[in-house]
Design a protein around this ligand. Sequence first.
Ligand SMILES: CC(C)(COP(=O)(O)OP(=O)(O)OC[C@H]1O[C@@H](n2cnc3c(N)ncnc32)[C@H](O)[C@@H]1OP(=O)(O)O)[C@@H](O)C(=O)NCCC(=O)NCCS
Length: 171
Amino acid sequence: MHITLVRPEAAHKEQAFAFRQAFFDAGERVIHGSELLDRTEKYEPWLLTVTANTAPETVSPDWVVTDTFFALDFTGRIVGIIDLRHTLNRFLRDFGHCGYSVRPDARRQGIASEMLRQICGIAKRAGMTSLQLSVMPENRPSVRTILKNGGVYQRSFPCEGQQADIYSIAL
Ligand SMILES: CC(C)(COP(=O)(O)OP(=O)(O)OC[C@H]1O[C@@H](n2cnc3c(N)ncnc32)[C@H](O)[C@@H]1OP(=O)(O)O)[C@@H](O)C(=O)NCCC(=O)NCCS
């Protein structure tokens, strides 16, 4: 699947909310990798925050430098979202550098695999040497996505009464 990763812009507002609504309509209230797009009331403050968080000078004091991208298909439709945290703080130590979600009606077409492949290139160009990702073992699509991109199991940690697994991708 051919996709293009683009930074969120003001012009994406309508589409971004339609993208979000597609998850809600499918009964999914959490959109992984969306930097809380799932919880925001208004697009503009979300856009301001994700834009500010891309630079060390403007990143929120309680967060780490993070790049957020929409994945557009060849028609320009938003089909996915992915974020890349450049460093890990105490809170993120287990959660890792990257989260992602694909629009429910666009899954199983290779979009997540391609988003993660492209984010690995972006991370490498930003000077990162490895990506850490955490996943619930029963989330087979996400585990497969990580393995297909060279993920190697590292360790597990307790997460909401269950066990989550941490994988590392060497860049
Ligand atoms: C996980 C997720 C991002 C995968 O997106 P996707 O675009 O459907 O993934 P891909 O099409 O790239 O498929 C990746 C692999 O998973 C497999 N896969 C996808 N959906 C699957 C399913 N429902 N059951 C079993 N395997 C599945 C694919 O076959 C592929 O493996 P293969 O190449 O060996 O066949 C998507 O299911 C999603 O958005 N889930 C909700 C959010 C989430 O869980 N994010 C990850 C948090 S760690």
